[in-house]
Write a protein that binds this ligand. Structure first.
Ligand SMILES: [Zn+2]
Ligand SMILES: [Zn+2]
Length: 260
């Protein structure tokens, strides 16, 4: 089975046709889907979707864009749900920082604080981390390595291809590969995929964003992981079905609660 480890199905873009999206996923062999958290206000919706659909699971956390809304007690209200299987997406995103130097420093400080809180929370809850890193690889890696991340593991979602992050494979971290791998201009990622240990690769869509070719620019959905799998199997020169089995095992090794 294919597992889409990162799909924002709680996004309003699926409001009108989620059942069709889920049917297409099923037909494509996508048996499980994880909804990562981003905006805390959407958590009840993710929880409800997981309650309603047996193939859907969710995570608790706060995306760096919503750092100001971080409230650990609120997150904890969802943590005991059996379908809550991870903490994240959390991390650092330096892509759209304020221009003003003071504001920029404040923003980075806040992002780091809530990232650290969520790393600690994940360790406390014994749940793996879903980590978002954008233009912040060194800082994010440094913060992760300050904690006992090996005990819980995690995924670097939408892995950006930065070499220095490969070291995290030794700390029970996995690398989320999505639609970007099919883009013409993603040579750096295509090259580095060969350096990721095979037992550390997982698949994702990051739907509704980052649709793979031939749907680049359109709304993404879990069924499109098949295009990602095909591309990865071409790059690694591996049989797609063999790779599918390996990646499925990788995913269940990381997210142990997927079959709870
Ligand atoms: Zn992300
Ligand atoms: Zn995401």
């Amino acid at each position: 089975m294919i597992i889409d480890t990162h799909s924002h199905l709680d996004d309003k873009k699926y409001l009108h046709d989620l059942d069709e999206v889920l049917n297409r996923a099923k037909e494509a062999g996508v048996g499980k889907i994880i909804i990562p958290a981003a905006n805390p206000a959407d958590l009840p919706k993710a929880q409800n979707l997981a309650k309603k659909h047996k193939e859907i699971y969710f995570a608790i956390g706060v995306h760096p864009y919503y750092a100001k809304d971080y409230d650990e007690n609120y997150l904890l209200r969802f943590a005991s749900d059996p379908k809550c299987i991870a903490v994240g997406e959390c991390g650092l995103d330096y892509y759209r920082l304020p221009k003003d130097t003071n504001q920029k420093e404040q923003e980075i400080k806040l992002q780091k604080e809530i990232f650290i809180s969520q790393i600690k929370l994940a360790i406390e809850l014994k749940k793996p981390l879903i980590v978002h890193i954008r233009e912040s690889s060194i800082d994010a890696k440094d913060l992760l390595l300050l904690h006992d991340i090996k005990s819980i593991g995690g995924v670097l979602h939408c892995f950006n291809g930065d070499k220095e992050l490969l070291e995290l494979a030794k700390y029970n971290f996995y690398f989320g590969i999505g639609g970007v791998i099919t883009f013409k201009n993603a040579q750096k990622l295509k090259d580095i995929v060969k350096d990721i240990p095979l037992e550390k690769i997982v698949l994702e869509t990051d739907a509704p964003y980052l649709s793979p070719e031939p749907y680049r620019g359109k709304r993404n959905e879990p069924a499109y992981t098949t295009f990602v799998l095909k591309k990865v199997s071409e790059i690694l020169n591996q049989d797609a079905n063999y790779l599918k089995t390996i990646i499925c095992n990788n995913t269940t090794n990381l997210f142990k609660d997927l079959f709870k």
